[in-house]
Design a protein around this ligand. Structure first.
Ligand SMILES: NC(=O)c1ccc[n+]([C@@H]2O[C@H](COP(=O)([O-])OP(=O)(O)OC[C@H]3O[C@@H](n4cnc5c(N)ncnc54)[C@H](OP(=O)(O)O)[C@@H]3O)[C@@H](O)[C@H]2O)c1
Length: 345
């Protein structure tokens, strides 16, 4: 089969095309013919060598396609099923290939109303946004939520899930006209709910976000950017609030976890809850795997019920060194709204 791999960590010039044997599914795996995949920041972080790994490496965490073989102990999936998959951990390879063999828990029937490209845009951001919001932050409709990075893959999935829950008090960030337009047009927030972060320091951003929230701190803050935006999430969260971050920091990182604010006295911060979602794009312990099946099934249900919808899905080309290189470079450069996809004919 054709695969696009890296033989060294580093720049996008390391991608090369190789021919590999089609993987053989183990007893608990399914073999999938991939028809589309998507790009995520974890792909370029792995490519740069941030998390190590055995070379040569085929990257790519999202795939949609069809099952062509099932392992002997797999009963819940069948040859011919149209599926999507979350790839990482012990898969035969990543999504930048024609085939992948995957533990069956990470593969489910995909929403029938989505195209294969739309389906490939969902697993990583859908699962992560769902885990951030429904398993960690757990907002109720009357809560206010701040999101750093609303126009990205994760931010756009998160805004939809919050709207589905009934949360109306959402404020997010944008660093581009195109991102603001995307958030307003595609994600249905008002311009007043979008803070332009360009050229502003932490103090001004804090003031603007609180003003956009009617003068109140936020019950929940979601950091999908890291760095200054993670600090902002700490500044903005209310007493006993939740901060969820999906972004690991590479440098030593200090946050103000005890700073009595003027009023009310000593409101803060020993009493907030910080959740960092596993940032390496790997699977957790085996007993957690059925949870992925359940969440992917739930996402299928929500897309079919049109309670979630694909946004900003842009197909940048067919599987090739050039397409994969371009996808990495576009995502690293910033300025992508929604999700970049490649197809695998
Ligand atoms: N832990 C996990 O399991 C997990 C899973 C998925 C993703 N992640 C991580 O979560 C992060 C977001 O993922 P993603 O898929 O949403 O990425 P993405 O699609 O590339 O989106 C990133 C967003 O960040 C914004 N941004 C960029 N630079 C910024 C800055 N300096 N200040 C404020 N906003 C900025 C961009 O919007 P503008 O146009 O407004 O600048 C963009 O919307 C990545 O670091 C990714 O690795 C972790």
């Amino acid at each position: 089969m054709k695969a696009i791999a890296i033989k060294e960590f580093g720049s996008t010039t390391n991608f090369f095309e190789e021919q590999r044997g089609i993987p053989q599914p183990r007893a608990d795996e399914v073999l999938m013919r991939i028809h589309a995949g998507s790009f995520n920041p974890v792909d370029y972080k792995i490519r740069r060598g941030r998390f190590g790994g055995h070379l040569p490496l085929v990257l790519g965490h999202d795939a949609a396609g069809v099952i062509v073989e099932v392992g002997s102990s797999v009963n819940r999936l069948h040859v011919g099923d149209e599926v999507w998959a979350y790839l990482g951990g012990p898969c035969s390879n990543g999504a930048c290939a024609e085939y992948v063999s995957v533990p069956h828990e990470f593969v489910t029937a995909r929403p029938r109303i989505l195209s294969v490209e739309e389906a490939a845009s969902v697993p990583v951001v859908g699962l992560t946004a769902n885990q951030s919001i429904r398993l960690k932050a757990k907002p109720t409709p009357n809560h206010s939520v701040f999101i750093a990075g609303g126009a990205g893959g994760l931010g756009s999935a998160a805004i939809q899930i919050l709207q589905m829950i009934g949360v109306e008090k959402i404020v997010t960030t944008s660093g581009r006209e195109a991102s603001t337009r995307f958030i307003v047009d595609q994600l249905r927030l008002s311009p007043e709910q979008v803070i332009d972060y360009r050229g502003k320091g932490l103090k001004q951003l804090t003031e603007e976000a609180i003003a956009a929230n009617g003068g109140a701190f936020f019950d929940k803050t979601l950091d999908f950017v890291g760095g200054v935006m993670k600090r902002l999430c700490f500044e903005l969260v209310d007493f006993d609030g939740d901060i969820v971050s999906t972004v690991e920091e590479s440098d030593p990182f200090a946050v103000p976890v005890w700073h009595g604010r003027a009023s009310p006295l000593f409101r803060k911060s020993a009493s907030l809850h910080f959740h960092l979602l596993g940032a390496r794009g790997l699977y957790g312990a085996r007993e957690t795997w059925p949870g992925y099946t359940q969440q992917l099934d739930e996402l299928t249900f929500l897309y079919e019920a049109q309670r979630l919808w694909p946004v900003g899905v842009q197909n940048i080309g067919e599987l090739s060194v050039d397409t994969i290189r371009r996808g990495h470079e576009m995502l690293e450069a910033g300025g992508v709204q929604g999700k970049l996809i490649f197809s695998v004919p």
